[in-house]
Design a protein around this ligand. Structure first.
Ligand code: 13P
Ligand code: SF4
Length: 308
């Protein structure tokens, strides 16, 4: 069976849309109606008029789509596509953390569960975190969760008083500092660009730090250059399309693996076959408890309002 054309046919028949993150396998990115970063995907999910959203990403992304657009059927090709960051912040522990820091504004990175969003004042993504933090009056202390690396980066940039939750992304913590320096030495003239979920010493080596969409834009504006890219290697697909003459090198991981880079095993659980099956059978579906959804919607809507 030609899965690509079957998926296109099903999409049309069912009035479905495929939203994919840059970390998906290239074949899924090519099938998608929209490929983007977490902010772009939320904006698309909020405004789509399709009846079905197939979310080629991880659970918190599909859940955010359902929170924003609850009348739509939201499908995730593999329900096990989770996120180490989201998992690092269980709601009961986070409630205690908030209680231990009274008077703090709670800002959470979108990579968390609906329950955590429901406990938050504002949500942010890596592309708007600085803006969201700066929207809070300067004298107010901030709780930032769950990513300590993004939090520390924003804290340093803004000089704000922030308490950080101790969570991280296994994919961005997998980069090897020593191997990165070696690749840099071996590639004179290369520019290191990094995602802010990376550890501080990786970020210190980078000439440019941004979300996946920000990194893609930066590279697309600088053709013929050489980049060492410190984020999940799936981004290289769209980057190479946007800058065919550029040389792109995936930042090396600590462990030796088949791609010598860092890949998100959760993102890579989605396959074209699973995508076909989920669109065809309309399962697995994402559901969110209505009381939690209503509370989680407010901080996401505030973020979208501030990101216009
Ligand atoms: P962005 O695409 O928003 O930069 O997020 C990266 C990421 O790790 C998503 O899980
Ligand atoms: Fe979560 Fe990291 Fe994978 Fe993104 S790359 S989904 S933050 S584990």
């Amino acid at each position: 069976m030609d899965l690509q054309s079957e998926i296109s046919k099903l999409k049309k028949d069912k009035n479905a849309v495929i939203l994919a993150h840059y970390y998906q396998v290239p074949e899924i990115q090519e099938l998608a109606d929209f490929v983007g970063d977490s902010l772009g995907l939320s904006q698309e999910a909020a405004k789509t008029e399709a009846d079905i959203i197939v979310f080629a990403g991880v659970h918190f992304m599909a859940e955010t789509a359902k929170i924003l657009n609850p009348t739509k059927k939201v499908l995730l090709p593999d329900l096990n596509a989770g996120c180490s960051l989201a998992d690092s912040c269980p709601p009961e522990d986070f409630k205690k953390f908030i209680a231990a820091h009274p008077g703090h504004v709670v800002i959470t990175y979108i990579n968390c569960s609906a329950e955590i969003k429901a406990l938050s004042d504002l949500v942010c993504t890596s592309s708007n975190a600085e803006k969201i933090v700066e929207s809070i009056p300067r004298d107010m202390p901030i709780i930032f969760a769950p990513d300590k690396n993004l939090g520390a980066y924003i804290q340093k940039k803004t000089g704000r008083q922030m308490v950080l939750w101790d969570g991280s992304c296994i994919v961005h913590e997998a980069f090897s500092f020593n191997k990165l320096l070696k690749v840099y030495q071996d590639n004179p003239g290369a520019t290191i660009i990094a995602h802010p979920e990376s550890e501080a010493r990786i970020l210190e080596t980078a000439s440019y730090i941004a979300s996946t969409a920000g990194m893609l834009h930066y590279v697309s504006q600088r053709p013929y250059e050489k980049f060492i890219v410190a984020t999940e290697a799936g981004i290289l697909h769209k980057m190479q399309q946007a800058a065919p003459q550029s040389t792109l090198i995936a930042a090396p991981a600590k462990e030796n693996n088949s791609c010598a880079c860092s890949e998100c095993a959760f993102m890579k659980l989605n396959t074209v076959e699973k995508l076909y099956r989920c669109l065809s059978l309309e399962t697995p579906q994402i559901e969110v408890n209505e009381a939690i959804r209503e509370r989680a919607l407010l901080p996401i809507e505030r973020m979208l309002e501030l990101s216009r």
